[in-house]
Design a protein around this ligand. Structure first.
Ligand SMILES: C[S@@+](CC[C@H](N)C(=O)[O-])C[C@H]1O[C@@H](n2cnc3c(N)ncnc32)[C@H](O)[C@@H]1O
Length: 286
């Protein structure tokens, strides 16, 4: 992989892992045959592992087809995406005009998604019940809509990578002994009122978390190492009881309520049984 050194996430994504990358990478093996990231989002962990040349092959997937299309278009026609982005203007009218469009080509769709992510409110991805992107215009100071050097590094990084738009379970079934998987699902809510399920039109509720915990355990049976991120709640503690757990204190996004400021605890779970587990020199809590 030539020139993957400094590739950074193209998209700002809710739950992006840029600040936790080191802790996550420390739990993954030094050399991985095929690396799987089935909830890829902004792909911060993939870019960090690519920089360190930690895997031979990679499979990135997500159930958001517009997100996966961005990576596919950058992989197959980065010049086309750059040209399309250069034509777009940053003002409110242009934003709403493009938000209402349904481009037909993969390249135009990718440019639209990148543009809306850079210029919409807080980089959010949110759709209404009929699947229409509905994030309002964001007031940014001179946003970089087309970061050409980084787009080219990302395209280089994605060469040969398998990109799939699918549910996590079918992707995990492809993994074999010697492979590794990083799972970063939409988090279990910290409270009943905090259910954040607006990544796409399918909510990721308790049943989905139970299905994921089963997949996590099945991977261990097949000798596939898996690391999973989630919030630290009574439900996640129950779902992952018995596995090796590392707790991280993570700064919270700015909150207007003083009681909701300050760090919050998150779980990093490794699918190795708790006692005696040691991977990549990381200190495991249990
Ligand atoms: C927390 S985000 C991932 C953040 C990402 N790791 C990053 O660094 O930006 C969760 C992702 O899971 C995806 N998702 C939700 N349900 C899914 C499912 N059933 N299968 C696969 N992906 C899913 C969402 O589209 C979203 O991109």
């Amino acid at each position: 992989m030539k020139g993957v050194g400094a590739a950074r996430p193209v998209l700002k994504w809710a739950g992006g892992k840029s600040k936790l990358v080191e802790s996550i990478c420390a739990l993954l093996p030094k050399k991985v045959d095929t690396y799987f990231e089935p909830f890829v989002g902004g792909a911060a962990v993939f870019f960090a592992l690519a920089k360190q040349k930690r895997f031979r092959r990679a499979v990135l997937s997500d159930r958001n087809p517009e997100l996966v299309n961005v990576y596919q278009a950058l992989q197959s026609d980065v010049d086309g995406v750059i040209t399309a982005l250069r034509r777009l203007r940053y003002d409110e009218e242009s934003y709403y005009c493009l938000r209402d469009k349904k481009p037909r080509t993969a390249v135009q769709r990718a440019a639209r998604t990148i543009y809306l992510n850079k210029t919409g409110y807080n980089g959010l991805y949110r759709v209404n019940r009929s699947g229409q992107f509905n994030v309002p215009f964001g007031r940014h100071t001179n946003p970089t809509i087309c970061d050409e050097p980084n787009l080219r590094l990302v395209a280089e990084c994605l060469k040969g990578v398998t990109l799939v738009d699918n549910d996590f379970e079918s992707i995990c079934q492809r993994a074999q002994a010697g492979d590794a998987v990083y799972l970063d699902p939409p988090y279990m809510p910290m409270s009943d009122t905090a259910y954040f399920t607006s990544y796409d039109k399918h909510p990721f509720g308790l049943e989905e978390h139970q299905r994921l915990a089963q997949v996590f355990s099945d991977l261990a049976d097949r000798k596939v190492l898996a690391v999973l991120s989630n919030s630290d709640t009574p439900e996640t503690q129950t779902l992952y009881r018995g596995w090796s757990i590392k707790r991280l204190q993570v700064p919270r996004a700015i909150n207007s309520r003083a009681s909701n400021r300050g760090p919050v605890s998150e779980l990093l779970v490794l699918n190795r049984r708790a006692r005696g587990a040691r991977i990549g020199g990381a200190v495991l809590e249990s």
